[in-house]
Design a protein around this ligand. Structure first.
Ligand code: SAH
Length: 346
């Protein structure tokens, strides 16, 4: 197994069966080697920098019914909210003062946020913070919508493909949704000049090693600037309430693999990883991650953006995620960069 890690580290492309062997390798020797090779690769490109993204969760209203997600429209117990333009701008102001140079506006697919509404918000953020990157994560929209929001000043778009295997995608989503539309959205976003983030959940119900290989191969085809992965975590009000969640070990293995396969990619240590283990994000950082996304949403709504159970950073005590994350980043041996944190050329 160690030979496979070293071949990846040298830039070789592995076959499906070789990747499968690495994905399935649950021994400590492989984990240790992947961690150290991923870390030296990350340091070769990004040094010890970690980029921060201030995450503003603008709406818990969603018209979709993804089976895994706590804010799916079929969850009648979900508490719904949407932030006003003023709320969002005040989050940006706080975030700017805390040193964030990227704002991520994420939400359910909420028809209230039409192109006109979004463009009004985006152009105001662009005017007030010309030195910041504006990232959107609002799900599937039309080419025209993506174009208008780009023109208004958005730079980046996060849209996890969720599952590149047709069979798995269908079992995680209602029949109205399709993998081909999701992939088309990603290619459109790229074409329009967005910096694009794709990604998937690790350990989603029914996911096999070959499904994960399909995810890696799709990422090779898309070549996104950022790859967001995190463990699937069950939510008690969804059809997957009783399913098992993804593990820390498998998520770390995939993070290490991603860093070696995509050396210059932006790779976040996600909140879901921090949710399944108290040191999950630190371990992610040591296994190739170079981005963290502190929550900037108003504390009064944080519990309502309830994608999965036990999501961290939702209590009063977490009002200021910035300091907490900085300490965690430094304890892992890295430092917070003051830059916008664009993906560097390979
Ligand atoms: N509506 C937007 C944002 C979705 S929320 C969109 O469609 O892109 C952001 C991500 O949270 C999703 O892409 C999904 O991968 C993740 N997520 C949702 N439910 C989850 C769960 N139960 N466990 C782990 N991650 C989850």
């Amino acid at each position: 197994m160690t030979e496979l890690v070293d071949r990846l580290y040298c830039g070789e492309r592995l076959s499906d069966s070789e990747l499968a062997a690495l994905i399935a390798a649950d021994d400590k020797e492989t984990a240790d080697l992947l961690r150290s090779r991923a870390d030296s690769m990350r340091q070769r490109y990004y040094g010890k920098k970690v980029f921060l993204r201030g995450l503003i969760e603008i709406s818990s209203c969603c018209k979709n019914n993804c089976l895994y997600c706590g804010i799916r429209c079929g969850n009648s117990e979900a508490e719904r909210y949407r932030l006003s333009k003023e709320d969002i701008l005040s989050c940006c102001q706080q975030g700017y003062e805390l040193g964030f140079r990227t704002f991520v506006l994420q939400g359910g697919e909420d028809p209230y946020f039409t192109d006109d509404v979004m463009c009004g918000i985006i152009s105001e953020i662009r005017r007030l913070y010309p030195d910041c990157a504006i990232t959107l994560s609002l799900g599937e929209r039309s080419r025209e919508s993506y174009q208008r929001m780009k023109n208004a000043g958005a730079d980046r778009y996060l849209l996890r493909h969720e599952a590149a295997s047709e069979r798995l995608y269908r079992s995680l989503h209602p029949s109205e949704m399709s993998l081909s539309n999701r992939k088309n959205c990603l290619f459109t976003l790229r074409e329009l000049g967005y910096q694009v983030g794709a990604g998937f959940m690790v350990g989603a119900p029914g996911q096999t090693v070959s499904d994960l290989i399909a995810d890696l191969r799709f990422l090779e085809e898309l070549r996104p600037h950022m790859i967001g992965i995190g463990p699937f975590v069950p939510h008690h009000c969804t059809p997957f309430a009783n399913e098992r969640g993804g593990t820390l070990e498998l998520t770390l293995r995939l993070l290490g693999l991603l860093r070696l396969m995509f050396p210059n990619v932006l790779l976040p240590a996600t909140t879901a990883l921090g949710t399944i283990s108290p040191t999950g994000r630190e371990q992610g950082l040591k296994t190739g991650c170079n981005v963290v996304m502190p929550n900037l949403s108003p504390v009064r709504v944080r519990k309502k953006y309830d994608l999965y159970d036990n999501k961290i950073c939702t209590g009063e005590e977490a009002a200021e995620c910035r300091g907490c994350l900085q300490r965690r980043i430094e304890s892992a041996g890295y430092f917070v960069s003051a830059e916008r944190g664009d993906c560097i050329e390979k």
